[in-house]
Write a protein that binds this ligand. Structure first.
Ligand SMILES: C[S@@+](CC[C@H](N)C(=O)[O-])C[C@H]1O[C@@H](n2cnc3c(N)ncnc32)[C@H](O)[C@@H]1O
Length: 336
């Protein structure tokens, strides 16, 4: 996820004077764009289009080819209500209830972080690392092979867990989150994409419920493994953890700060606290040559890299930049 750190520029929101309800598609588009422009909403044209598409239940091509089509008063009112909510900062994705990630459509509610395009780099790195050792992805299922054990820590909407399950048909995925409402959304997304049978959803702190060799034990929360039990059975662990420093809250865009769940955003006083615990837990759970892939917060790459100590078995530590040239993903492997 990327959270551009700039203050919201508008100290006093300008008054929005609503005209009478638009009566056709073109008038609705113009009215929505005008209101969002006055409210200084970024990408106001796209936002208007998406909200009108949602209100009408039509796609963009239909809207632009039916500019003169009449809009009934109830739909116009519903559309203007959405515009008003967007004008006060609610993200479009929460208003329309969906966001695309990795080519798949995900339900999003205010209980979950809106999946970010940057997080797709994490998918790319994870699949590339698996690919290096001949583990094939979706299009080439080939002969039956040993089940791959994958975990997604802090699953939120389930975007990573679902996309990985979708790409890796022989994977069994364990998706954890501290938030029960988030896990409900993730479960619905898994069902929507036909992978719910292969994903276990667990409400727990990071990886604490996964310290079991036997997945049938996974109902228990916050338990510790019996002494001597081998718990290192994961081939791949991924996470986009909360990584914003508490003190940076004021720097966030209001869309993020005022509407996305704080448990998904803030990772402690400095923002890297969550990484330390996560890396320690992952070390117990990864099997030999197991892979850990983490999304990085702004400016956190060097701090996080230092947590991967070769004395603890970490090898092949590499950082991947996102399209903006920001270090975005760290991948490492464990040698046992
Ligand atoms: C940055 S969001 C990532 C969501 C999703 N994986 C994505 O990439 O869009 C972090 C997620 O971690 C969850 N979380 C926060 N603290 C946690 C903890 N201690 N243990 C497990 N999950 C946690 C939040 O509820 C949130 O869903």
């Amino acid at each position: 996820m990327r959270f551009s750190c700039r203050h919201f520029k508008l100290a006093v929101p300008p008054t929005i004077v609503a005209n009478s309800n638009p009566t056709n598609v073109l008038a609705a588009l113009k009215e929505g764009m005008a209101q969002l422009r006055v409210a200084q909403i970024p990408a106001h044209t796209l936002a208007t289009e998406l909200l009108l598409m949602h209100a009408l239940g039509r796609d963009r091509a239909w809207i632009y080819s039916h500019a003169e089509e009449s809009v009934d008063p109830a739909t116009a009112e519903r559309f203007l209500a959405l515009i008003a909510r967007r004008a006060t900062g609610e993200p479009v994705q929460y208003l329309i209830g969906k966001q695309e990630f990795w080519g798949l459509e995900f339900e999003v509610t205010p209980a979950v972080l809106i999946p970010r395009p940057e997080t797709e780099h994490l998918m790319e790195v994870a699949l590339a690392r698996l690919g290096e050792r001949g583990i094939k992805i979706h299009m080439d299922t080939g002969a039956p092979r040993e089940k791959l054990q994958v975990a997604d820590v802090g699953t939120g909407s389930g975007c990573l867990a679902v996309a990985l399950a979708w790409e890796l048909p022989h994977a069994e995925v364990f998706a954890t989150d501290i938030s029960a409402p988030a896990l409900e959304v993730a479960r619905r997304n898994a069902a929507r994409h036909g992978v719910v049978e292969r994903i276990h959803f667990l409400q727990c702190d990071l990886l604490s419920s996964l310290a079991y060799a036997d997945p049938s034990n996974l109902g228990a929360r916050h338990s510790v493994p019996a002494s001597g039990q081998d718990v290192s059975h994961f081939d791949l662990i991924v996470s986009n953890p909360p990584y914003i420093a508490r003190n940076d809250a004021a720097l966030l865009e209001r869309e993020v700060r005022d509407h996305e769940p704080h448990s998904a955003l803030f990772g402690g006083p400095t923002g890297i606290e969550m990484y330390q615990r996560l890396i320690d837990q992952a070390r117990d759970l990864l099997r030999d040559r197991g892979i850990l892939v983490l999304e990085l917060g702004f400016d956190s790459a060097e701090h996080v890299r230092k947590l991967f100590d070769a004395r603890h078995g970490w090898t092949n530590v590499a950082i991947t930049m996102d399209l903006a040239g920001i270090p975005r993903v760290l991948a490492a492997e464990l040698a046992r």
